[in-house]
Design a protein around this ligand. Structure first.
Ligand code: 0PR
Length: 378
């Protein structure tokens, strides 16, 4: 693109807004029923409205935003209950699970001086980012025939240089939950971090609805930290992740000229509107509201699974959460074909396949409309 000059004079407001509207219409909208590959969803209307009221809030400088801070403390406390956090836990609001995963690795390195990170191959790429950033050494753990980390390899790899072991509650590609109890036993005193970016706002509600799912949170003694994302299945606005550690986070950088004495997370100025937005969603839906949303997602997951099988697709695993992935030898081609037809699906790499995330914006109707197009594209 040719370099544009910095605008010299202000633009006419209505001209400006019509450009903005035109541009925004090029973005895909969750309400279109065409997005099947995203772990985010349209936040509740209330979240959007509340978010707009807090645009200038910045909890990097908390003394100026005492109201927002009050809500942050309330969400930290309510979600601590959801995760069975013990007394003495620390909660930090982050931009999303990427930042939470970075904090977990950073804190384990700080506490131990060690650098080795045990990571299942099914982990999100944010752990590779974190290792690169923190100069830590990723040790990738192969998956067994059920696409779960091979526990004997984890056991072999843990040694005196190991800083942290990673477990996942809701893998990005298949939505699986690692055997976190077993990983906690194997890790012993080594920091065990659970990435529950996706599963954190699914598993507790599905258990309530009668789904038999394993424990994944701070109720397991050996779990030292966990992250989950209100901006995914928490149904709220971007950016918000919540990071919990059993003990106090060991890194606190002095911020002497601001109203808070220290900062523990990565941003300095911290966009905070998503905090009251999530507070509103959480209090509006309540536990019961989330249970019914997740039940609907799982019903739609079963519909997609069944319809996929009817057109000859074979699921890679039986879905545990609201993600369905089907074997396919050339997923890139199918994803591109679907994209040309106006549908956004995703793919898996290990093994190659077509990935559908059945988020709350995915309806039975949108699935039934998408299936014949998928049939023509595979
Ligand atoms: N951990 C897991 C298990 C994840 O699935 C993700 C994101 C992360 C960590 C990182 O979370 P943040 O991106 O919030 O830091 N997984 C999604 C993905 O890569 C992110 C995403 C969401 C991508 C919506 C695209 C999209 O439209 O698939």
């Amino acid at each position: 693109m040719k370099r544009r000059g910095f605008p010299k004079k202000g633009m006419d407001q209505s001209e400006l807004m019509s450009r903005i509207e035109e541009i925004r219409s090029k973005d895909t909208d969750f309400a279109d029923g065409t997005i099947f590959g995203s772990m985010c969803t349209s936040p509740l209307d209330m979240a959007k409205k509340v978010h707009g009221l807090f645009l200038e809030t910045n909890l990097g400088n908390p003394g100026l935003y005492r109201g927002t801070l009050e809500l942050e403390k309330e969400i930290h406390s309510s979600v601590a209950s959801l995760l069975n956090a013990p007394e003495g836990y620390e909660a930090l609001s982050v931009g999303g699970a990427t930042e939470g995963n970075i904090l977990a690795l950073w804190s384990s390195r700080e506490k131990t001086g060690k650098r080795k990170v045990i990571i299942p191959e099914s982990a999100h790429f944010s752990f590779k980012k974190a290792c690169n950033l923190l100069d830590m050494e990723p040790v990738m753990i192969p998956l067994d025939d059920k696409y779960q980390p091979d526990l004997s390899t984890v056991e072999e790899e843990i040694d005196d240089d190991t800083a942290v072991v990673v477990a996942i509650a809701g893998t990005t590609e298949l939505g699986l939950i690692d055997p976190i109890h077993d990983l906690a036993d194997i890790s012993g005193d080594v920091h065990l971090h659970v990435d529950a970016a996706f599963g954190g706002f699914a598993i507790p509600f599905l258990k309530e609805a009668g789904y038999s799912l394993p424990e994944f949170d701070l109720s397991i003694d050996g779990v030292d930290s966990i992250v989950l994302d209100p901006h995914k299945l928490g149904m709220s606005t971007i950016p918000l992740g919540l990071y919990y550690s059993r003990e106090e986070h060991p890194i606190a950088i002095e911020s002497p000229y601001l109203t808070g004495a220290h900062q523990k997370t990565i941003p300095g100025t911290r966009a905070s509107a998503s905090i009251p937005a999530f507070w509103s969603v959480m209090n509006y839906l309540g536990f019961e509201g989330y249970v019914s949303i997740m039940e609907r997602c799982m019903n739609n997951t079963r519909t997609l699974l069944m319809k996929g099988k009817e057109i000859g697709l074979e699921p890679i695993v039986d879905p545990v959460l609201n993600i369905v992935s089907f074997h396919h030898e050339d997923p890139v081609r199918v994803v591109e074909t679907m994209e040309r037809k106006g549908l956004s699906i995703s793919r898996t790499v290990n093994p190659p396949g077509l990935r559908f995330v059945v988020m709350p914006h995915v309806t039975e109707e949108s699935i039934l409309k998408m299936i014949p197009i998928l049939e023509d594209s595979i």
